[in-house]
Design a protein around this ligand. Structure first.
Ligand code: FMN
Length: 207
């Protein structure tokens, strides 16, 4: 069990160029404190998601959340997770299913997944500013989520998010503790930023 009085583990990005502190400090921990998340903070993170940009202002995102105090709802979200995720995410005080609406008013497929990602990134950055940590998970059963949470046709559950205050890596299984402490890695800019043409690296963007 995590206590509520620990010094959060920091794993700031080793950025090759200056970036905002909220971006460099964000990472995906698996250790959560038992401290509940205040409702006002939850409102703020969803408010941040609300103000994301979206194609044609379609706002095709929805969130289904459960707090640990509502044990049945929390357990139902946990049930959708693959065992490797459920093992640590069960300690997270808040679990959130993210859902994208697939079609616009004319029944056309839109940029729904992109827009949902934009909203989630807003949520993640706002959470960081409030001292919270977030771990997103694709490892879950979307069909089970549809069934357990009555998600209608035309909407797809995309991820589950674990949210809470940071906990202690000491409380994790040794394998997860090792991952928790491992350095964060990224491809260099020249592998994915091109100037003028595909695969043409921007010379002054390199680390
Ligand atoms: C869409 C998405 C799905 C992810 N799925 C999982 C998952 O199922 N289990 C997990 O432990 N981490 C998952 N992650 C976390 C990533 O592994 C993590 O973001 C990545 O390794 C980079 O680490 P960082 O977030 O600490 O910088 C997911 C992240 C995203 C954005």
């Amino acid at each position: 069990m995590s206590n509520t009085n620990i010094t959060p583990l920091r794993k700031p990005a080793e950025a090759a160029h200056p970036i905002h502190e909220l971006i460099s400090e964000r990472w995906s921990p698996r250790a959560f404190s038992t401290r509940p998340v205040e409702h006002q903070k939850l409102h703020s993170i969803f408010e941040a998601a609300r103000w994301a940009a979206s194609a044609a202002n379609f706002q095709p995102w929805s969130f289904i959340f459960a707090v640990k105090e509502h044990a049945e709802d929390h357990a139902r979200i946990l049930e959708t997770l693959v065992p490797n995720n459920a093992g640590w995410a069960k300690e997270a005080p808040v679990l959130i299913i993210t859902v994208a609406k697939l079609y616009d008013f004319a029944g056309r497929e839109y940029h729904s997944y992109y827009d949902l990602g934009m909203a989630v990134e807003n949520l993640v950055i706002q959470a960081g500013d409030l001292g919270l940590v977030v771990h997103q998970m694709g490892g879950f059963d979307a069909d089970k989520a549809r069934e357990l949470f009555n998600i209608p046709a035309g909407y797809n559950a995309l991820t589950v998010i674990a949210l809470g205050y940071p906990g202690s890596a000491d409380d994790l299984h040794p394998v997860l503790r090792e991952r928790e402490l491992a350095p964060r890695e990224r491809k260099p800019l020249e592998e994915f930023v091109f100037e003028g043409s595909w695969k043409q690296a921007a010379p002054d963007a390199q680390a």
